[in-house]
Design a binder for this molecule. Structure first.
Ligand SMILES: *Cc1c(COP(=O)(O)O)cnc(C)c1O
Length: 348
């Protein structure tokens, strides 16, 4: 099997396992748009409990979970306080502006995180004729910062300060379970005090489709209407919800393997010529390595692809994401390929 490509482009590049496919094939289904699909309802109940919220709703994608939450928490003309690396302001085709008429008010800081005090400060000095600040945003883990984890006490402070300033608080928890497994802190401790929070079923969990958005019963009632407006109302969605339920049962604890693999990859890349990486900065399953030359990042990525190792270039950095479909042997192969293309070794 040595010739199968090692795909480290994204943890969305997994394929459903045979057991997951069986669970999906055998799922009990009904009309989920009428609340009559027992598998969807079970998934929603499981995630509401997991995240410490009253209720939850199954949606086709994490992007839609973000768009629904923004629609409910804001009015057109509002601004969202978020770190400029936030997925919703970089990779959702300007959905916040298009769907809800809102913009980003960036709160910058290292590791893809801002300080909670920045919320209090910006609100205090905010002119009355500027856009209304209505929502504080946290992404856990921070995708573009390399899977960094917001510490629990910082998350709590963000929510408290947002609420004290009259803002709501939303958690983009696409990889919340990676944070939870890495720290041992339950997902509900991170997510429960937000006004809305969601997890993706298609990242480290390895399901083919879907996300689950949680909040108060009143919020979720609104979310049913918003999901319909966005065209996300589904029929016999139990088929895919079953994949999510299977993943929550079987693919959560194993995220620790992805984290160990990411750290091993980082260790293996440290010291290779022309690469800059601090392995201790790798907290979960995302590895960023800076390319300091002589060959530019895109060229290395192409050379790696020719050796069956798929990674992506983001500016002068290379990103590699570990997941369910890459094992420890695959990581060793990736390290050998990096060694070859950086000239550390003649060939691998
Ligand atoms: C992937 C991702 C999303 C969007 O989720 P999709 O299911 O791909 O639509 C949102 N936020 C973060 C941080 C992500 O990594």
């Amino acid at each position: 099997m040595a010739d199968l490509p090692i795909d480290l482009i994204s943890d969305t590049h997994t394929r459903p396992t045979p057991a997951m496919r069986r669970a999906m094939a055998e799922a009990e289904v009904g009309s989920s748009q009428d609340g009559e699909d027992p598998t969807v309802s079970r998934l929603e109940a499981v995630v509401a409990e997991l995240l410490g919220h009253e209720a939850a709703i199954f949606v086709p994608s994490g992007t839609m979970a973000n768009q629904i939450a923004i629609r409910i928490h804001t009015r057109p003309g509002d601004a969202i306080l978020a770190h400029p690396t936030a997925h919703t302001f970089n990779f959702e085709a300007n959905g916040p502006a298009v769907n809800s008429g809102v913009s980003l008010q960036p709160l910058d800081g290292p590791r893809g995180q801002y300080r909670p005090e920045q919320i209090t400060e910006i609100v205090a000095g905010w002119p009355a004729i500027f856009s209304r600040l209505s929502l504080a945003w946290v992404e856990q883990t921070v995708n573009l910062a390399g899977g960094t984890i917001w510490p629990l006490e910082v998350v709590e402070d963000v929510i408290q300060r947002a609420h004290a300033a009259g803002l709501r608080a939303h958690l983009d928890g696409a990889r919340l379970l990676n944070a939870s497994i890495a720290t041992g802190i339950p997902a509900r401790a991170y997510a429960g005090a937000f006004d809305s929070a969601w997890i993706d079923l298609t990242k480290g969990l390895g399901a083919p489709l879907g996300a689950v958005l949680a909040g108060s019963s009143a919020f979720i009632a609104e979310a049913w209407r918003a999901r319909q407006q966005f065209g996300g109302g589904l029929r016999q969605a139990g088929i895919v919800a079953a994949g999510g339920l299977y993943a929550l049962e079987h693919h959560v604890d194993r995220l620790a393997e992805d984290h160990a693999n990411a750290r091993r990859l980082a260790d293996g890349l440290a010291g290779l010529p022309g690469l800059e990486i601090d392995p201790s900065a790798v907290e979960t399953n995302i590895v960023f390595v800076r390319v300091a030359g002589p060959r530019p990042a895109e060229e290395l990525v192409a050379a790696l692809a020719a050796r069956g190792v798929r990674v992506s270039a983001i500016g002068d950095r290379i990103r590699a994401v570990t997941h369910l479909d890459v094992d420890a042997a695959g990581i060793e192969r990736a390290i050998r390929a990096f060694a070859a293309v950086t000239g550390a070794r003649p060939d691998a």
